[in-house]
Ligand binder design. Structure first.
Ligand SMILES: Nc1nc2c(c(=O)[nH]1)N(C=O)[C@@H](CNc1ccc(C(=O)N[C@@H](CCC(=O)O)C(=O)O)cc1)CN2
Ligand SMILES: Nc1ncnc2c1ncn2[C@@H]1O[C@H](COP(=O)(O)OP(=O)(O)OP(=O)(O)O)[C@@H](O)[C@H]1O
Length: 194
């Protein structure tokens, strides 16, 4: 079966698994992933450094705590702005994110353009599943496939996932962009020799 046809059943399986995770379990796992990600990103002060994150909605590996802690460490945080074309806006501390399209929390803007991702030294992307060979299965809009080519040369792509969502490989197509680091609730893995 073609990779594109194999993606949807895996998306459905992971969504089903995620729907069974209790709020308590999400909170524990999110705290663990946040700790590991902060350890990776914050050996030095973050002042002025830029990270592109996603604003998680309920039922995805959470980022609220990570956003709060990185902002406190002085990082500047880019978040997706969901408009007709992919866009980014700065997270502004103290300014609440408002649920937008598909319930995804969004910053108020202004939009900085799709290529603002080039300001980031690391991109934390959402995924439904990830392969240890660097393959990534997203929600299916192709949003990150469109923006990741604009990232700074050498900028790492990190995904937050649940242990159950890590496989040897996941179905991928030529446009899919590889992952460098996988953070789950129990492990941090550097892939692709990075
Ligand atoms: N929190 C978060 N932000 C993100 C993503 C994401 O997966 N999660 N994206 C990752 O690329 C981009 C947005 N792409 C998305 C693509 C599809 C759906 C989605 O849930 N689609 C539903 C239909 C929703 C509706 O029409 O209201 C679906 O396919 O069932 C969500 C986000 C950028 N920001
Ligand atoms: N660079 C691109 N430009 C235009 N369309 C693209 C690009 N990359 C992917 N697409 C299209 O987007 C659709 C979804 O792709 P795919 O299934 O790989 O999404 P995904 O990686 O799971 O989602 P996301 O990147 O949003 O997390 C496909 O129809 C694909 O052809």
């Amino acid at each position: 079966m073609a990779a594109t046809a194999r993606k949807d059943p895996l998306r459905a399986l992971i969504s089903q698994q995620r729907s069974l995770v209790t709020p308590r379990q999400w909170a524990d796992e999110d705290a663990a992933r946040t700790r590991s990600t902060l350890r990776l990103l914050c050996p030095e002060p973050g002042e002025g450094r830029v990270v592109a994150l996603y604003a998680a909605r309920p039922g995805e590996p959470g980022t609220a705590l990570l956003i709060e802690r990185l902002a406190r460490e002085g990082w500047r945080i880019l978040l997706p702005l969901l408009k007709r074309a992919p866009d980014w806006a700065w997270f502004r501390d103290g300014e609440p994110l408002a649920p937008g399209w598909a319930g995804i929390p969004q910053p108020a803007g202004p939009g900085l353009g799709a290529d603002a991702i080039a300001l980031a030294e690391i991109v934390v992307a959402p995924c439904l599943a990830v392969g240890l060979d660097g393959t990534r299965l997203g929600t299916g809009g192709g949003w990150y496939d469109r923006v990741l080519p604009h990232r700074k040369p050498g900028a790492k792509v990190l995904v937050l996932a649940r242990d159950e969502e890590v496989f040897d490989t996941v179905p991928s197509e030529p446009h899919d962009i590889g992952v460098d680091i996988v953070v789950t609730q129990t492990t941090v893995r550097n892939l692709r020799g990075s």
